[in-house]
Design a protein. Structure first.
Lengths: 103, 146, 263
């Protein structure tokens, strides 16, 4: 079960700031566990940001992104109450998403 | 086969392929598996990007720990539709690629892992034109061994 | 008298470089703090605080952290302090341990089983500390110092801070008691000086990016003892609470900024 996600979307000057935090180990496959075995690769590969149902950002990311990733994006314009949704998909086929309204 | 038929068949092929592509999220395996910055660039279809001062990397010059290096990239280049992040000395240099549409600004802030002190390279794709900027970030091991 | 001029000429660029490095490190600290996984730990901590557990199937919501049962706003900023019901000075984690037993009916053994977690599975203490500390954001740090037992604990903490022992004859003061010291790129705060103690106390517990773990004050003290090559202190022992009180009292008056994000 994927860990929690949290997002904040606020109005900036002429744009909307979106900041999303997600829980994910982002394992590179190079780390060794206590027994000396390599922990298998487990990382988010795709991230999608939608505003009011329309895709605004499609991201492809690698295991080089830090554990428990945090991303910030900006969208032109925007208004209070706009629905922002961020979803991710990892290399194990696991996914998670979160939604918030622009404050 | 005549020209019109070829065009129609091509168009039909694209119509058939699109929905399937939309179902499985695309992840550029070749580019992410590239072991050199040059191969990573080739993987994302970028040849020799031109250095541009309108592509700005905001990041600290020193990272207290290579596990989390904060990087903020923004492009003032007109028509930027994508930004990619390449970390020169990482085992797999391509760290991320962001495609912007429907009003998203060419801007991103993210945290990356850096293996060692090296250049972080941002690439901006504006249609057929490619631009780049780099910034060296020194990676240190902090305190009593982390 | 050419020597002083040459010395100054040699030293100036070095100190300028050191200043630049310090500035860039501060920039690093600012950027990692701006949008940190800490919030996720606070969220999880809130869920844990409200989760019925133990033989009594009770949540911790009736736990008294000093401001009354279940009152969280500002509670962390006033710890460590004396508690009448246990007749001793307690810090956040010793108080949580107490509530796990008295409110939830859990055994000490069970509650102590896994107090320090890891990046894949943080401990309850870590999640709860994040949440409760977060509820003191913006509150002035004012631990108890006036009750006789608080004064005693403060004095014990001060003694422990300067007490040299262990294989290397270290005390906390060995690293944190002198101006201008550093370990690799980390400037060492002089924790016996309010000037340095204040920003430190205002940002613990904290998420550590170097190992993606949320670290509590009990962990911090435990690890310092390890780094000094001293025996491992007992979790929430009188000694650790006393030290915690000494450090917090030295930093008192500072506004608590909430759980920090550190390397």
């Amino acid at each position: 079960m994927p860990g929690p996600m949290k997002m904040r979307a606020t109005l900036g000057s002429g744009h909307t700031d979106v900041r999303v935090l997600m829980t994910h180990p982002m394992e590179t496959g190079q780390r060794k566990d206590a027994e000396g075995k390599a922990v298998p690769m487990h990382f988010i590969q795709n991230l999608t940001v939608k505003v009011n149902g329309r895709t605004v950002v499609e991201a492809q990311i690698s295991q080089a992104v830090s554990r428990n990733p945090v991303f910030s994006f900006r969208v032109r314009g925007g208004a209070k109450g706009d629905k922002v949704e961020v979803s991710w998909l990892d290399n194990h086929g696991e996914s998670n998403k979160t939604e918030t309204a622009v404050a | 086969m005549n020209d019109l038929r070829r065009k129609l068949l091509g168009a039909a092929a694209i119509l058939l392929l699109k929905p399937f592509a939309a179902l499985a999220a695309a992840w550029n395996k070749d580019a992410f598996g590239a072991k050199t910055p040059q191969d990573a660039l080739t993987g994302i279809g970028v040849g020799s990007p031109a250095p541009s001062k309108d592509l700005v990397i905001e990041a600290p010059q020193i990272a207290e720990n290579g596990a989390v290096v904060p990087i903020e990239i923004s492009s003032a280049i007109a028509g930027t539709t994508a930004i990619a992040v390449i970390i020169e000395k990482n085992p797999f240099p391509l760290a991320a690629r962001f495609d912007f549409q429907n009003g998203a600004l060419p801007y991103v802030k993210l945290n990356v892992k850096m293996n060692e002190t090296c250049d972080v390279r941002a690439v901006a794709i504006a249609g057929a034109r490619h631009y780049t900027a780099t910034k060296e970030i020194k990676v240190t091991i902090g305190g009593c061994g982390g | 008298m050419r020597w002083p001029a040459i010395l100054v000429a040699l030293l100036l660029p070095l100190s300028a470089a050191a200043q630049d490095a310090k500035k860039e490190i501060q920039r690093y600290q600012r950027m990692i703090g701006d949008g940190s996984p800490v919030e996720l730990f606070e969220l999880q901590g809130e869920a844990l605080w409200k989760k019925p557990q133990g033989p009594r199937q009770a949540s911790l919501e009736k736990c008294d952290l000093g401001a009354g049962p279940g009152v969280l706003k500002g509670a962390y900023a006033r710890l460590p302090r004396y508690f009448k019901d246990t007749d001793r000075v307690m810090d956040l984690e010793s108080r949580l341990l107490h509530c796990m037993q008295t409110v939830q009916g859990r055994s000490a053994e069970e509650a102590l089983k896994r107090v320090f977690g890891n990046e894949d599975r943080p401990s309850e203490m870590e999640y709860l500390s994040a949440y409760i500390a977060g509820r003191s954001r913006g509150v002035v740090i004012s631990p108890g110092t006036r009750h006789p037992k608080e004064a005693q604990a403060l004095e014990l903490g001060r003694k422990l801070f300067f007490h040299r022992a262990g294989a290397w004859d270290f005390s906390c003061a060995s690293c944190h008691g002198e101006e201008g010291k550093r370990i690799r790129m980390q400037d060492l705060p002089v924790l016996s000086n309010p000037r340095d103690a204040r920003p430190v106390v205002a940002t613990w517990p904290a998420y550590r990016v170097s190992n993606s773990q949320f670290k509590t004050m009990q962990w911090r003290l435990n690890d310092c003892y390890r780094q000094m090559r001293m025996p491992e202190p007992v979790f929430a022992s009188e000694a650790t609470v006393a030290l915690n009180l000494f450090l917090t009292a030295t930093g008192k008056g500072e506004t608590y900024r909430g759980p920090g994000t550190k390397r």
